[in-house]
Design a protein around this ligand. Structure first.
Ligand SMILES: [Mg+2]
Length: 252
């Protein structure tokens, strides 16, 4: 019954839905930290200050991660705001390393700029650009991410009139608020909106609870039947076939 209502809108998760996020995260994580270590060491030497041990010796990458975990526990409101957690952790570690508060803030900010540059070097799957171009002709599109990619910085950002950064809203998925914000800004009802995402917990469950239909991107595991309203796809490229199969494709 609800399945026959024509779709008005489609919302998309980003990381691991429109691109493979693992490689870019590894490159970003190691890349910005190495940049900070190198630039900071040069800066200290130029000021005649000891740069030994180096920052990355005093604080290996694992201790940075540990520092962020502690901050997330002690500042639960910010637990999903990864950008805030990173910058705050870096500022504190640089302070412990011996920088005065102003320099610590400056270097943490510079490292985060480098982080964001690297973080946005994502490579969407080749099918994504033509897919969004076609879908954008028939449906209103939104992105909803917990990650810190600002989709408007990417070429494919132009396909998303609505882009929700759930972590920065301090309400990361599975909180329903980022979905509700997207629906309100799209002017779409949940029953006539399809959410596309790879995480069962952060995409499928919350969208389904709101009455949205869901395409779950999950590489083939088995063919167990899905609950009503949930459709499993191996890859986002299979979305047009799903829309046709469900009779949801807009004919033109
Ligand atoms: Mg994802």
């Amino acid at each position: 019954m609800a399945e026959s209502l024509p779709l008005q809108a489609i919302t998309f998760d980003l990381d691991d839905t429109l691109w493979d996020n693992h490689g870019v995260m590894v490159a970003t994580e190691t890349g910005h930290y190495a940049w900070l270590d190198r630039e900071l060491s040069g800066w200290l030497q130029a000021r005649g200050r000891p740069a030994a041990p180096r920052f990355s010796e005093r604080f290996p990458l694992e201790s940075f991660e540990q520092h962020r975990r502690v901050l997330a526990r002690t500042h639960p409101l910010h637990r999903g705001d990864f950008t805030w957690l990173r910058e705050r952790a870096l500022t504190e570690m640089l302070g412990e390393y011996g920088l005065d508060p102003a320099s610590a803030r400056l270097w943490a900010g510079a490292a985060m700029e480098r982080f964001m540059e690297l973080r946005h070097q994502v490579t969407p799957y080749p099918e994504v650009e033509p897919l969004l171009t076609e879908l954008g002709r028939h449906y209103r599109l939104a992105s909803i991410t917990n990650g810190n990619v600002a989709v408007q910085r990417l070429a494919l950002g132009r396909h998303f009139p609505v882009a929700i950064a759930a972590g920065e809203m301090l309400a990361p998925k599975p909180d329903p608020r980022p979905f509700l914000a997207a629906l309100a800004r799209l002017g779409a009802s949940p029953a006539r909106t399809l959410h596309v995402g790879d995480s069962w917990r952060e995409d499928v469950e919350p969208a389904r609870r709101l009455g949205m239909r869901v395409a779950w991107i999950s590489p083939h595991v088995d063919d167990s039947p899905m609950p009503p309203g949930i459709h499993r796809l191996d890859h986002v490229r299979e979305l047009p076939a799903l829309l046709r199969q469900l009779g949801l494709a807009r004919h033109h």
